[in-house]
Ligand binder design. Structure first.
Ligand code: ATP
Ligand code: RIB
Length: 313
């Protein structure tokens, strides 16, 4: 039996205000919509931290919440999920992060994030969280550049492998200041922003990953390709791994589900191709459920799907 892996996530936490709409309004238009709205826990970092637990890992979460109702509610939810919440700080001033999300009937979403307390994560928070002695550091870009670079430096100095999801797209992020990573994982848009190449087919994916490797040093480059699955490049060999054709209700958090699953399964197996297949199952299952946190599948659901479809036979 593989030992349980412990992942430290240094990243964001949000309350998502989710509106299911027939269509999004045009500029200047007021739309009355019979659809539903709800407050659902989300935030890229929180989605990943919860996913690590649901998939059978140990999860330590370093973030900042506001001193408000959303912050208190989210902390309660993370505790109930079994996350180590000792390194979640409460910011005295900034509010808890909020994302306004509109989801159309196709499952396609549009998101605006108000980062609030997420931007206040600082070196002191990261220094404390590193005491948890993680097997890996996982991050996305929904916190300050300085926080990402600081956490990466701390991990690199302690030989902790770093897994970096490049979302949300930010062309001003100084990729060249990062230490060597284990995995760098952009989606299609982020790949195009960092390289100028749209990863529309395997040839373009190869050109894009080669271009990425000139900007950021990583053992593996993993491009998330939505319904087309993912593309993995290690500097020499590549794998194109398909997603699974499952009903699409809401794609929110598919990327977080994918990269957290890739990270955990790679730590467990040391096999990046297997980790890519596992991550595609998790990403594909997640798009079938509305909302961020509720859509993250459990280890049991993933194993059932893999067995029924002979994925690891
Ligand atoms: P998001 O920002 O919506 O959270 P992302 O843009 O970071 O996601 P995607 O490439 O859209 O990431 O999706 C991540 C993974 O989820 C894909 O690699 C794939 O495994 C799965 N996935 C996404 N969309 C679909 C879909 N329509 N059908 C099946 N699987 C999907
Ligand atoms: O990746 C999905 C997440 O992006 C949502 O939960 C929302 O909070 C935004 O951060």
């Amino acid at each position: 039996m593989t030992a349980r892996k412990k992942v430290l996530t240094v990243s964001s936490a949000n309350m998502d205000f989710v509106m299911s709409v027939r269509r999004v309004p045009e500029a200047g238009e007021t739309l009355q919509d019979p659809g539903t709205y709800s407050f659902i826990p989300g935030g890229k970092g929180a989605n990943a931290a919860v996913s690590f637990r649901r998939l059978g890992g140990d999860s330590v979460f370093c973030t900042r919440l506001g001193n408000d109702q959303n912050g208190a509610r989210l902390r309660q939810i993370y505790n109930a999920e079994g996350i180590d919440t000792r390194f979640i700080a409460t910011d005295p001033q900034a509010p808890t992060g909020l994302a306004a999300i509109m989801v159309e009937p196709t499952g396609q979403n549009r998101i605006i994030v108000f980062p609030g307390a997420n931007l206040m994560i600082c070196e002191k928070d990261i220094d404390a969280a590193m005491l948890s002695k993680p097997d890996a550091l996982f991050m996305q870009m929904e916190i300050s550049h300085e926080a990402v670079l600081t956490a990466a430096r701390y991990a690199s100095e302690r030989q902790v492998p770093i897994f970096l999801d490049a979302g949300p797209a930010d062309p001003s992020f100084p990729l060249s200041e990062l230490p060597p990573l284990e995995v760098f994982s952009p989606n299609e848009t982020e790949t195009e922003i960092f390289t100028g190449i749209r990863p529309s087919d395997p040839d373009a994916c190869l050109r894009a990953t080669i271009a990425l490797s000139a900007k950021v040093e990583a053992h593996y480059y993993v491009i998330k390709l939505g319904g087309r699955g993912c593309y993995i490049y290690d500097g020499k060999y590549y794998h194109c791994l398909p997603a699974y054709d499952l009903p699409v209700v809401d794609t929110t958090a598919a990327g977080d589900a994918f990269t957290s699953a890739l990270t955990l399964e790679y730590l467990r197996s040391g096999d990046i191709e297997r980790a890519g297949k596992y991550a595609n199952i998790v990403g594909s299952l997640s798009v079938g459920v509305r909302g961020a946190l509720p859509s993250l599948p459990t280890e049991a659901a993933v194993e059932r799907f893999a067995a029924e479809n002979g994925i690891f036979d």
